[in-house]
Each structure stands twice: as structure tokens, then as C-alpha cells.
Design a protein around this ligand. Structure first.
Ligand SMILES: Nc1ncnc2c1ncn2[C@@H]1O[C@H](COP(=O)(O)OP(=O)(O)OP(=O)(O)O)[C@@H](O)[C@H]1O
Length: 586
């Protein structure tokens, strides 16, 4: 279960937090309103947090100085309790807008990540759905830590500390404010130190969690392969081992938390004891009132408690920021704008000029291909396994950008068309057709087809989608990836959809390989008839009879276009081509 590590990119933690803040403010007036409302509630809670201990001190002083002033005592008591309880209520109330903001941000980032990741997967054929799923699933918790915890709480807390120290310095000797400041600052520095030490552990835990998500996704998708080949216990063992690795990484992470907590609370405890001893000495010496002493201790505890929460948040933040960084990276990697313009009409020619392409880190690909397929033609790409047929088809369709050369569809240079808009010029049907886990109807009428439901039903009946006597119910779910359908049914349903697509060039990658010969002949004849004049059809195939009926044959061998022409001419003039069919490639 090797995990890729996109968190190794060089975006620093503050840059990730800053990107989040910018994103937050760009989310629209509703979110900005919630942000301000939340800040207001937290601000009032902070003010009450400062007022509370001072009211308590005044209450105790009033009690010791003038025992008869019951209304003053009652009033101060009410202020103290009101400030204490009100602060708690407002902080909790603040969760309402902040949760709304985090949910909106989470949905926005998840959508942007998907919009970036899907085109990347489509263009690289290198999907990693388990990892992506894991990243997006962990996102809300990570945002809670960073946005609600770090961003939203640390600023009000800093304000509360500053205001409290100011009150302390105004009421009792400033040395107490300095002592409390040093105690809290030391605590904050140790928290930061802990967070820095914690970061590698958190990244490892993040990677281990990602690897488990990847592995789980992979084995679930391959359930049949695993069960039918008797490798269930080995695969489940592998997943268990992965979860064990994750647990180990978590243990290291919590171990590092304990070290940090020892340092933090050791320092905090010493500071509070120092304040306590000094304060008690001054009370006995008559330099401080009991009320002053209680106020000091109350401020110290009131500020130390949320600070320890911030310490926890800091310790969690490394993993959370790594997760958010990965999601932001997905978003950046592939999102693009879609060209709006008139839909091209009529069949278009295809021209490849000196096109080469290499898959990353391999020698596989296609080399120096130049070819011209006229508008409205029916062309097939043939050749042995691994000769580059699908690769060439995907270059023609703009799925892969050539490292060299140019692909033109009609008058259009594909490189100049946004990836999200290429389907308007050329549409590619992949070799392995997969369906969304929705109904037959949803999949067969999936855009950009213009087929009507009535036409679809008629076509599927003509193409014998179901065996005689079985009724077609378009509301039937097709299952994950279309697994409830037979291989031939998957291709028939997809071809029925494709029949209703108006596009200048259509490229089918072995899209009839699972059809029986009669169905294949019937369906191709129907398609060619309906595409006449409006669509140039290119098919990757291993079928001799398709090569025989094609206007043009592209013969691929070892990543090169070995020959281009009509079937009979190639049989006569290209020995390797003749040999391909003679060996029974079909
Ligand atoms: N995503 C990929 N990454 C790396 N190499 C790839 C990738 N896809 C295909 N290849 C390699 O490129 C070469 C050509 O593959 P391609 O799928 O184009 O062959 P093909 O002629 O369509 O084969 P087949 O008839 O078996 O479908 C092969 O060696 C294959 O291993």
C-alpha cells in the first residue's frame, strides 16, 4: 500500500492558513456575515471573561469591607455569575455561525478538489480514489481544528489575555501581570515547540491514514478478484497490517503529545505556584486584599484553561494542515475554465502532425505519428496488444496532450481548446466503459446525448438489449460501475447513448469487443447510418471484419504508425499487417 505524498510540496503552514482565510472571505456575503457575527459573539464572551474575575474581586472586597451592603454584594454577585455563565453561553452560541462557515468552506474545498482531481484522473488514467476519498472525508475535522480552533479562538484569546493583564496591572502591582504574562507566554512557546516536534509524527500518521484509505478502496473495488482467487485472508491481513501501521504512527504521535504536555504543564504549574506563593505572602503582609488574590488566581486559571485547549489544537494542527494542504493541492492541479462558444456542427477531419507522446517515467507511448483522416470517414486503428492504439486514440481525443506535434480537429488546434470543452469537438469512449451507480435511464441518457427516452427504448429493443421476453425497466439500478449488467449490455447501453451525441469526431476504443458478431454488425451499421455527414468515426479494434469495412486503417506497431490506407492495399503492401490478420489477431 504505497502512499504518494503530496503533502511534501513546499507550501508552508502559514501559507495554507492564509489560503484558507482568503478562501473564507471569498465565499460570499452569507459567510462573511456569519464570520462577523461569530467574532462579535466571541468578542462579547472575551469581554465577559475579563469582567468576571474583576467582579469577583470587587464582591470579596465589598464583603470584607462593608458586611451590610447587601445590594452591592448581590449586584456584584450577579455580575460575576452573569459574566461567567454568559461567556460560556456566548462561546457555545458562537458555534452556530462557525459550524455553518466550516460546513460551507468544507463543501467548497471538497467540490474544488473534485473538480481538480477528476480531470487529472481522466487525463492520466492514474486514479487514486481511495486516497482522494480519505482526504476529503478527513477535511471537515481538519477545518474544525484550523478554522474554529486556531484562527477563530487564538485571536480572541490573545485579546482576552491582553485585557486581563491590563486589568491586573491596573489593580495590583505590575509584577503580577509580568509574572502571569511570562507563565502564559512560556506555555505558548512550549506549545509551539511541541507542535513543531509533533509535525513529522502527524505527517506520518496522515500518510498512514491515507494508505489505509487507499488500500481499503482498492480491495473493495477488487472484491471479486480477491474472493474468487482465494486471497481473502491475505488481503484482509494486509489491511490489518496497514491499520497496525496507522496505530503505530498514532502511538508515536500521542507519545510526542505526552512529552509536550509534560513540558507545558510543568512550566504552567511552576508559574501558577510562583504567583500563588507570592500572592499569599502579599496577602499576609497586607499588600494585597483577599479579593486581589482571588482575582489574580481566577484570571490565571481562566486564561490557562483555554490555552491548554489551544495547546491541543496546535498539536493536532500539523496533521490537519497537512490534510488541508493536500486537498488544496488537488484543487490547484487540474481545475480549468470551460470554453463557451458555438457548438461545432458537421463531421470534421482529424490531422496529427509529427505527434509524439510518452507516459511519465516509461518508454511507452507513441512516436512521430502524422496522419490525416478526412471528415465523415470511418477509420479503424489496429495493431498488436500494447502497440499504442488506445494511446493514439486518446491523443486524437485530446485526453493526452502530445509532448510534441499538433492535433487538429477540423480547423481547430485541440491544444487551444480547454480540456473541459474538448468533448464538443471530439468525444472518446474508453476501452473499459464504467457506469455511475444510478439507473439504466440515468446512464443511457447521460450528457451530452440528445437521445430521447422513446428513441432509447426503441434502439435497445432493436439491439436486443435484454433476451426475448424480458421487459426493459429504465429505472433499474446498474450497480457500482455497472456491474449488474453483462459486458455486452454495458457496451450496448453506452453505444445507444453515443448514438444520440452530435459531435464532429467520435472515437470508440474497442467498444464492440463484447458484442456477438450479429449485434456488432447491426449496431455499427446503425451508428454509421446515423453519423453520416455529422460525425467522423474512429474505432480501435482487433476485429478483421471492421478493418475490411473501414474507409481507412491505421496500423500501429511498437508505438509507431506503421501504415495507413485501405485494408486490401495494406494486406498487399505491408507484410506485418497481413501477418497480423493471418495469425488470427481477431
Ligand atoms: N497510464 C499508463 N502509464 C504508463 N504506461 C501506459 C499507460 N497506459 C498504457 N501504457 C503503456 O503504453 C503502451 C501502449 O498501450 P496502449 O493501451 O496504447 O496499447 P494498445 O495497443 O491499445 O493495447 P491493447 O490492444 O492491449 O488494448 C503499453 O506498453 C502500455 O503498457
Amino acid at each position: 500500500m504505497a502512499a504518494t505524498n503530496p503533502s511534501c510540496n513546499d507550501t508552508s503552514d502559514p501559507a495554507v492558513v492564509w489560503a484558507l482565510v482568503r478562501r473564507l472571505f471569498a465565499l460570499g456575503p452569507g459567510v462573511r456575515r456569519d464570520l462577523l457575527w461569530g467574532l462579535f459573539l466571541e468578542g462579547v464572551a472575551v469581554a465577559l471573561g475579563v469582567i468576571g474575575p474583576f467582579a469577583l474581586k470587587s464582591l470579596i472586597d465589598a464583603l470584607s469591607r462593608s458586611p451590610g451592603a447587601s445590594s452591592l454584594v448581590l449586584g456584584l454577585g450577579l455580575v460575576f455569575v452573569g459574566a461567567w455563565a454568559g461567556g460560556g453561553i456566548l462561546s457555545t452560541w458562537r458555534l452556530v455561525p462557525s459550524t455553518r462557515v466550516i460546513d460551507t468552506l468544507s463543501a467548497d474545498l471538497a467540490a474544488a478538489a473534485l473538480a481538480g482531481e477528476l480531470p487529472r484522473v481522466a487525463a492520466s488514467r492514474d486514479g487514486d480514489s481511495g486516497r482522494t476519498l480519505g482526504l476529503i472525508e478527513r477535511l471537515p475535522f481538519s477545518l474544525l481544528i484550523v478554522v474554529d480552533g486556531l484562527i477563530w479562538r487564538s485571536l480572541p484569546l490573545a485579546l482576552q489575555i491582553a485585557a486581563s493583564l491590563w486589568v491586573i496591572a491596573g489593580v495590583i502591582p505590575a509584577s503580577y501581570a509580568i509574572g502571569l504574562f511570562l507563565t502564559l507566554a512560556g506555555y505558548a512557546v512550549l506549545s509551539w515547540w511541541g507542535a513543531v516536534r509533533h509535525r513529522p509524527h502527524a505527517s506520518l500518521a496522515n500518510l498512514a491514514a491515507t494508505a489505509v484509505s487507499q488500500g481499503l478502496g482498492d480491495v473493495l473495488r477488487n472484491a471479486r478478484r480477491i474472493v474468487l482467487n482465494g486471497t481473502l485472508s491475505a488481503e484482509v491481513g494486509g489491511i490489518r497490517a496497514g491499520i497496525g501501521q496507522k496505530a503505530l504512527a498514532n502511538q508515536k504521535m500521542t507519545g510526542s503529545l505526552v512529552h509536550t504536555a509534560l513540558a507545558q504543564y510543568g512550566w504552567l504549574g511552576m508559574g501558577l505556584v510562583g504567583l500563588l506563593v507570592a500572592g499569599a505572602g502579599d496577602v499576609w503582609a497586607g499588600r494585597l486584599s483577599v479579593g486581589d488574590f482571588i482575582m489574580l488566581e481566577t484570571y490565571a486559571l481562566r486564561l490557562a484553561l483555554p490555552l491548554s485547549g489551544i495547546g491541543f489544537l496546535l498539536s493536532q494542527s500539523a496533521g490537519a494542515i497537512a490534510n488541508i494542504r493536500d486537498v488544496l493541492t488537488l484543487r490547484r492541479s487540474g481545475a480549468g475554465t470551460v470554453e463557451a462558444g458555438p457548438v461545432p456542427s458537421g463531421a470534421a477531419g482529424i490531422e496529427l502532425r509529427d505527434v509524439s507522446f510518452r507516459y511519465a517515467d516509461t518508454t511507452a507511448g507513441v512516436e512521430d505519428v502524422s496522419v490525416r483522416i478526412p471528415a465523415g470517414a470511418f477509420a479503424v486503428i489496429v495493431g498488436p496488444n500494447g502497440s499504442g492504439k488506445s494511446t493514439l486514440a486518446q491523443i486524437m481525443a485530446g485526453v493526452f496532450a502530445p509532448s510534441q506535434g499538433q492535433v487538429r480537429i477540423g480547423e481547430v488546434d485541440l491544444a487551444e481548446v480547454d480540456a473541459g470543452a474538448r468533448y464538443r469537438h471530439v468525444l472518446y469512449v474508453p476501452q473499459f466503459i464504467t457506469f455511475l451507480n444510478r439507473t439504466l435511464r440515468d446512464n443511457a441518457l447521460y450528457p451530452p446525448t440528445t437521445t430521447t427516452e422513446a428513441d432509447l427504448v426503441a434502439l435497445l429493443a432493436q439491439w436486443c438489449f435484454y433476451e426475448a421476453g424480458r421487459k426493459l425497466d429504465l429505472a433499474t439500478p446498474v450497480g457500482e460501475l455497472g456491474e449488474r449488467l453483462s459486458g455486452g449490455q454495458i457496451q450496448k447501453l453506452e453505444l445507444a447513448r453515443v448514438a444520440g451525441i452530435k459531435v464532429p469526431v467520435l472515437i470508440l476504443d474497442e467498444s464492440t469487443s463484447a458484442l456477438d458478431p450479429a449485434s456488432e454488425a447491426r449496431i455499427l451499421s446503425d451508428l454509421r447510418q446515423s453519423f453520416e455527414g455529422r460525425t467522423t468515426l474512429v474505432m480501435v479494434t482487433h476485429r478483421l471484419r471492421l478493418a475490411q469495412t473501414a474507409d481507412h486503417v491505421l496500423f500501429m506497431k511498437g508505438g509507431r504508425l506503421e501504415a495507413f490506407g485501405r485494408h486490401l492495399d495494406l494486406v498487399e503492401s505491408v507484410p506485418a499487417y497481413a501477418q497480423l490478420w493471418a495469425q488470427g489477431a481477431e
